[in-house]
Ligand binder design. Sequence first.
Ligand SMILES: [Mg+2]
Length: 361
Amino acid sequence: MKILAVDTEVIRLPLEVPFRDPRGDLSFVDHILVRARTDEGLVGIGWAFSLNGRNTASLKGAIDELKLALVGRDPLRLGEVQDGLHHIAFNVGPGGLITMARAALDVAVWDLRGKLLNLPVADLLGRRRDRVPTYASQGLWRNYGPEELASQAASYVALGFRAVKLRVGGEADPEKEVERVRVVREAVGWDVDVMADVNQGWTPWRAITLGRRFQEYGLYWLEDPVPMLDFAGSAGVARALDVPICAGEYHYELAGLKRLLDEQAVDILMVDLLRVGGITGWLKAAALAEAYQVPVVSHLVPEVHVHIFAAIPNGLTVEYMPWSFGLFKNPPRLIDGELEVPSGPGLGLELDEERIRRHRV
Ligand SMILES: [Mg+2]
């Protein structure tokens, strides 16, 4: 089987729960949808996205240049595809849009491999479970006040979620930050895990001061408390606090992730599918973390992560962020607070062509 052509298009999907943050709101996500078509009629899909229309054209352009590495190749010969991608990208990578573009194409090739072998990607990766833990992450934004935080957190528990993540790091008054964690904990009770994401918003001393206050509310993890390149600061925070420190989503490829592990700057490593280079890169990151006895968690894109987390031995939980669900007729289902691994071949996703047509840019 050979890949004959790779088509790309931009689909602008509105967010069901708009992102609200003092650093900027988001009301839609631009998806660059990739379809790799073969001589046997199979189509592999992948996608990358940019936020609120920024960089969409650049990202699509990068994918359109890199996609030449797929044309004429057999999707089962993934190594050849990867070599081709690196050959085209070597002068402008690694990192940034080039890595994201490579990731979208890598995912499309994995989808094709599954469809060709008539197996879910989870099985190709060595499945060890049929459902994976997940947590509600869409919402509990920084612009929400205490009442909105409490009511939305309770609504996620009512949907069956056993873990929820709120955002902190937007308040000048430290007492207001503590109140945010308190109201979410009181809304969900003690049987539900609560995570807090700072998105690099604090200095190490503020992270330690506030992290100590948060500990009485039993956080499952504190995420990105300090800027991504403050490895020593993150290590200091991790040493000072009992709550596990989670970071890694902002790093491209493997070097930054390895440094987080080397410097003991994380207790839990978060890996971003697009920034690590797709499924192929993700597997390397998971193995790297395993060598350090560190568990991994995912960033965005639950449709792909559900397959990865069904297979890897050190995956804790998948972020439930349904920003791309609108592309599909059958996004992964939430069952008893867990994500079910789709049973169809490849990623097991069926494109919603009617909705895609309506939102094509
Ligand atoms: Mg985060």
